[in-house]
Design a protein around this ligand. Structure first.
Ligand code: GLY
Length: 401
């Protein structure tokens, strides 16, 4: 086993740096935004990831949809989602400036539509729930939906117009975060974290797959679904994060068809959720399955078929478009679908994981909350409902009392 020595020459795993203040395990959108904010606060920060900017960011559609993705029982999460959506315009301005790259942020709004009577009932209930939560959405009949989006099938029976749910391009967002991190002095260790190092009752860093040992004052666990299975974390403290597979298609809208869709279109089709996210560069992202299949991330004929079948029912003209890409990613899901943010019960280990369907949406607020925690040691009030300790042994005892 090798220890990091600031005087050593660069190793195969990347340039060596003085002992960082913060080690971030995972270079997805959440790990990168955390590292960027930490570095901006003057902390020596290092990210451990074999391919930073990869992972779910390369698959996700990038909907910023707190209103149309509202679910019963997730009111606390709604508040965090809305807070992050409000930060997006300022966040992308700052990030694009810092990185010198664009993120593809588009304030285009969303239309959620229903195809049959059951779907319409589902949307009506969602609309009532949105109104109880004080959210802005407007009920439209089928004709009004088609006036907004003429490519919709004549069978569309109604829908919800939500002008505040927007989109960003996760691939460009990840590239911009990577560049901003590099410019802010974040060091990258392009290697896999094999296990967390624990000394006594404290996390002290990570051991890489090649045996290299890295130590830091604080370690941030931002490894997406892998956060729930990292060796070295005592079993009873492992965050309850599991993979939920999502298959996604990418199509291309040739110039002649533009604009195919002018905003994000979502639908419930026979109980399944479908979305189509049109980018200004002609890309059309169609998603997504939601499959509890453990670590399986294969693209299946069945997954592609179901997405295309439902998309065709919603927008018949879709079959004319070139299919350019298929992909599958793993969402890091927690038992209550909300993220785990803040100190864990293991001193020195901080969680920024479990963002499930909302990793891209929650990037700005996660970066701000984690940056504040890492710089000051205080967990901001807004993060308290999302403490990882809500799932710990102490929380279970409290619950039983
Ligand atoms: N937020 C979209 C998805 O998880 O598929």
């Amino acid at each position: 086993m090798r220890s990091v020595n600031p005087d050593s020459p660069p190793g195969p795993a990347g340039p060596l740096t003085p002992r960082p203040d913060v080690l971030v395990i995972g270079g997805g959108v959440i790990g990168l935004v955390t590292a960027w904010r930490a570095a901006q606060r003057g902390l020596r920060t290092e990210v451990v990831d074999p391919a930073p900017g990869g992972g779910a960011a390369q698959v996700a559609a990038g909907m910023l949809a707190p209103v149309t993705e509202l679910h019963y029982g997730e009111e606390a999460l709604l508040a965090l989602n809305l807070a992050s959506a409000r930060r997006y315009p300022g966040f992308v301005r700052e990030l694009e400036e810092a990185a010198g790259l664009e993120t593809g942020y588009r304030a285009c709004g969303t239309l959620a539509v229903a195809l049959d009577a059951d779907d319409r009932e589902h949307l009506r209930e969602l609309h009532a729930f949105q109104q109880r939560c004080g959210l802005e959405s407007q009920w439209l009949n089928g004709r009004e939906c088609r006036r907004l989006e003429p490519m919709l099938a004549p069978s569309v029976r109604g829908g919800l117009r939500v002008d505040g749910d927007h989109q960003v391009d996760p691939r460009r967002l990840a590239a911009a975060l990577l560049a901003a991190c590099e410019r802010a002095g974040v060091a990258f260790r392009r290697a896999s974290a094999a296990r967390l190092s624990v000394s006594g009752d404290r996390a002290t860093g990570v051991v890489l797959a090649d045996g290299t040992e890295l130590s830091a004052d604080r370690t941030v666990l931002a490894a997406g679904p892998d956060s729930g299975r990292l060796d070295g974390i005592p079993a009873e403290l492992l965050p309850p994060v599991r993979p939920v597979k999502g298959q996604v298609l990418r199509l291309r809208v040739p110039g002649a068809y533009a604009p195919f869709l002018s905003r994000t279109v979502r639908a419930v089709v026979r109980g399944g959720h479908l979305y189509l996210v049109p980018r200004t560069n002609g890309e059309l992202v169609v998603g997504a399955t939601s499959e509890e299949l453990g670590w399986d991330s294969t693209v299946t004929a069945g997954g592609v078929y179901e997405l295309l079948r439902d998309a065709h029912e919603l927008i018949p003209g879709i079959t004319e478009l070139p299919l350019t890409e298929t992909g599958a990613g793993l969402r890091p899901a927690s038992p209550d679908n909300a993220p785990l943010l803040g100190p864990t019960e293991l001193a020195g280990l901080i969680a920024a994981t479990g963002h499930h369907r909302n990793g891209v949406l929650l990037a700005p607020v996660t970066g701000d909350l984690l940056g504040e925690l890492l710089a000051t040691g205080d967990l901001p009030e807004q993060a308290r409902p999302f403490t990882p300790r809500r799932f710990g042994a102490a929380a279970s005892e409290e619950h039983l009392r």
